[in-house]
Design a protein around this ligand. Structure first.
Ligand code: F0G
Length: 460
């Protein structure tokens, strides 16, 4: 027998396990009803496989855990701040670092420092907290992602790309002075974890430089984006993830970062910038919202763990296993002909709820409904990324009706096994078989901000 296929496996072994509670369908039915059919309101102990998010849910390495012991909990000038600053310079190349408690802390500071009332902030598809901070600072977010990103079946390999024609038209309409920066996310979460190409970043850099507009990166999942560039963009196959990450940063003026994703920590984030003036203003403001500029709401130990996690995140073997696991699950779903966003993205599988439940109208919340049905079937917790997440237009009060109505199965890093992936795929398949029986939801409580976190629903 000739061996044609060689399997790969994760580049780590498991030292500690966390036991999970098994529940019955009746218990889950009761739990989700009590949670107002919102998976955010479930108790985590009632969840079997938690795919709510990849944020803060990764498994830290032995190195990171031992890093916690090196925490220097001084109020000012902690050793760990300097370790983190060194890592940010080494792996990302930015000159100045301001730690924050997590990504949205950095988004708040950046938005307040750079956005004036009436400004326009173009971006490659919105992210919930990012757009809200831009709006709270008086700006208006405008989506300039390529059209392909809004089509779950389009196979463009870099669906996160900015449409430079859309951006150019925006500059012409409003003038460059009204655009403080372009906000570029790598990879694009709400498009399905879709990457941006290096070519697109270079062209964006050239266009924005002509007009004196800055580029601010949302670099939350930058190493994952780098993996896609390495795999799919001409000229990058032999470059390391680390080199690609640094090149991405080199075309930008600064970044906000949620360390809870790529950097493999449970809490942490930062704002990094090259510009001295922005740095000074941001350092001043961070004291108001987060803490002194050398800790920004983090314990010293958190900064140490994040510095170590940053280095681990850019290792080629790590990223191959990380994206490989997502791909494994995605391919299982494709075999079962489940409608998912393609190409398969970086941090999870996104089910197209409009195609999964075509009998539901969008204001019957198909993605929210499907997330609840999956939980009842198997205890797998997923997240709505559709009309509920999109919120309302502040001026008209109407729902935003996003083209993409998705359920996100987000895979935490280094946490679940291939057997867990099989269980998840089989649960989705089972719910798909029974999909015609599924009824929609109505919203019975709606919070004012970021409603998806706390909204409550009842069955129609
Ligand atoms: N930017 C992106 C692209 C994100 O995905 C997130 C968080 C943030 C910014 C904000 O960072 O949570 O540290 O304040 N995304 C999480 C998620 C919540 O589940 O996708 P944070």
């Amino acid at each position: 027998m000739s061996l044609t296929k060689r399997s790969w496996a994760e580049p780590f072994k498991i030292k500690m396990v966390e036991l999970l509670k098994m529940t019955t369908p009746e218990q889950r039915e009761k739990a989700i009803k009590e949670a107002g059919y919102n998976t955010f309101l479930l108790k985590s102990e009632d969840v079997y496989i938690d795919l709510l998010t990849d944020s803060g849910t990764s498994a830290m390495s032995d190195q990171q855990w031992s890093g916690l012991m090196l925490g220097d909990e001084a109020y000012a000038g902690s050793k760990n701040f300097y370790t983190l600053e060194k890592a940010v310079k080494k792996f990302y190349g930015y000159k100045h670092l301001i730690p924050t408690h997590q990504g949205r802390g950095a988004e708040n500071i950046l938005s307040q420092v750079m956005i004036k009332k009436g400004d326009i902030v173009p971006g490659n598809m919105y992210f919930t907290t990012t757009r809200l901070h831009q709006e709270l600072a008086g700006g208006t977010f405008v989506d300039v992602i390529i059209d392909e990103a809004h089509d779950s079946e389009n196979l463009h390999p870099f669906k996160g790309n900015i449409d430079l024609n859309k951006l150019q038209a925006l500059i012409k309409k409003h003038g460059a002075k009204k655009i403080p920066y372009v906000c570029v996310a790598v990879t694009v979460n709400l498009a399905g974890g879709q990457p941006v190409s290096m070519q697109n970043l270079k062209e964006l850099r050239a266009l924005t430089q002509e007009h004196g507009i800055k580029i601010m990166l949302d670099m939350t999942r930058i190493a994952e984006n780098a993996y896609f560039i390495q795999q799919h963009e001409k000229g990058y196959a032999k470059k390391s993830i680390a080199a690609i990450v640094k090149e991405i940063c080199s075309y930008t003026d600064g970044a906000t970062f949620s360390g809870k994703k790529d950097a493999l920590v449970n809490i942490g984030g930062f704002l990094a910038v090259n510009d001295q003036d922005i740095f000074e203003e941001a350092s001043n403001l961070v004291v108001v919202y987060e803490g002194l500029h050398t800790y920004g709401g983090l314990a010293g130990r958190d900064m140490e763990a994040m510095a170590i996690g940053i280095e681990e995140s850019v290792q080629d073997e790590h990223m191959k296993a990380r994206i490989g696991q997502v791909l494994y699950l995605g391919e299982k779903m494709q075999e079962a002909e489940i409608p998912i966003v393609l190409p398969i993205g970086g941090h999870g599988i996104f089910i197209d709820a409009k195609r999964f439940l075509p009998h539901l109208k969008q204001d019957q919340f198909p993605a929210q409904t499907l997330a609840a049905a999956l939980y009842i079937d198997s205890g797998v917790r997923t997240m709505e990324r559709g009309i509920v997440s999109a919120g309302r237009n502040a001026k008209t009060g109407d729902h935003y009706y996003p083209k993409l109505e998705l359920v996100r199965l987000t895979i935490p890093r280094r946490v679940y096994t291939q057997a867990h992936m099989d269980v998840i795929a089989e649960s989705v398949e089972r719910v798909y078989q029974d999909r015609k029986k599924i009824r929609g939801l109505k919203m019975v409580y709606e919070p004012k901000y970021l409603r998806f976190f706390q909204a409550r629903f009842s069955k129609l």
